[in-house]
Ligand binder design. Structure first.
Ligand SMILES: NC(=O)c1ccc[n+]([C@@H]2O[C@H](COP(=O)([O-])OP(=O)(O)OC[C@H]3O[C@@H](n4cnc5c(N)ncnc54)[C@H](OP(=O)(O)O)[C@@H]3O)[C@@H](O)[C@H]2O)c1
Length: 275
């Protein structure tokens, strides 16, 4: 199994779990090589398309899970869009299965209710547009790829992710923010997502699949849950509506019923995990 972004939040959970499940894992990093033993680490820069496909062709893995990306900055398109296409081309060339990680922000967030796999992406941010473009290029380069859209990834008190760290930074006075009461997401615990992806690695599915938590919560509710779970006072979390001028996708709730029906892995709601 080749995991791109093995040094990232999801990638490291995935790499650890894959190793304990007995997979022979090659994982990539870009700027920081993790110390984890029992994994074959490779440096990768997705901006170099030829090197990206060459790395995959050299290992000829059975499966590639592509998590690496960049959410902002001048290189976002080269990494998140063109890099994803190079990964898909490499995986296709060696007939590897491919699971490509995508995001709920491919949607505009104006819907009442949940988005299903049949809904058409309509991104309103540069990052959302990059992830939507990556989906199209991946599907064209590797028609059997599985494109997994997920939502806000968190880890709980034992392995807090950047969303939780940001809440703590605000509560502890290191940053300032208002948490939006109208921005809805379906948070998923990183270990649950890693387990679901490894189960999907063994299933013969292609196309788009939504894999997110069952609970819909606002950024504000999420921040209050994080506060309680990390022993802080939720009264210190300030909430309010998102200003229209920000053009952020508000309701990105995903309908994950298909994933629930094909997976034996149970994906827990954030109220259960942090509650
Ligand atoms: N986090 C969320 O809440 C969320 C929500 C929805 C979807 N997703 C999707 O889930 C996936 C994983 O997200 P994450 O939060 O776990 O990511 P992350 O922690 O930010 O990790 C990003 C990874 O990409 C690597 N990377 C950055 N630039 C690179 C480059 N030029 N070449 C090769 N690798 C590069 C990083 O390597 P170094 O650290 O070594 O530089 C790191 O391993 C992404 O595809 C994202 O779109 C995430």
């Amino acid at each position: 199994m080749l995991i791109t972004g093995g040094s990232g939040f999801l990638g490291s959970a995935l790499t650890d779990l894959a190793r304990t499940q007995g997979w022979n894992v090659v994982a990539t990093y870009h700027s920081r090589r993790p110390p984890t033993q029992g994994v074959h680490w490779e440096a990768l820069d997705l901006r170099d398309g030829a090197a990206t496909t060459a790395l995959i062709e050299r290992y000829a893995p059975d499966i590639v899970i592509h998590t690496a990306y960049r959410q902002e900055g001048p290189d976002m398109a080269a990494i998140t869009v063109d890099g994803a296409r190079a990964v898909a081309q490499g995986a296709y060339a060696v007939r590897a299965r491919l699971i490509h990680l995508s995001s709920d922000v491919v949607f505009d967030g104006e819907r009442i209710g949940r988005y299903s796999e049949a809904d058409t992406p309509q991104p309103v941010t540069a990052y959302g547009a990059a992830k939507a473009a990556a989906e199209r290029l991946v599907a064209a380069a590797h028609p059997a790829a599985l494109i997994v859209r997920t939502s806000l990834i968190y880890g709980g008190p034992e392995r807090p992710g950047r969303h939780e760290q940001f809440v703590l930074d605000v509560i502890d006075g290191r940053a300032e923010a208002i948490f939006f009461t109208d921005e809805l997401r379906c948070p998923i615990e990183v270990g649950d997502l890693a387990a679901a992806l490894l189960e999907l690695a063994t299933l013969n599915r292609s196309g788009i699949l939504h894999v997110a938590g069952p609970d819909i919560v606002s950024r504000y509710e999420f921040a209050c849950m994080v506060a309680r779970a990390f022993g802080r006072d939720p009264a210190r979390v300030r909430g309010g509506p998102s200003p229209a001028a920000l053009r952020r996708p508000r309701n990105c709730a995903l309908d994950s019923r298909i994933a629930q029906s094909v997976l034996t892995t149970r994906i827990r709601g954030v109220r259960e995990v942090l509650g």
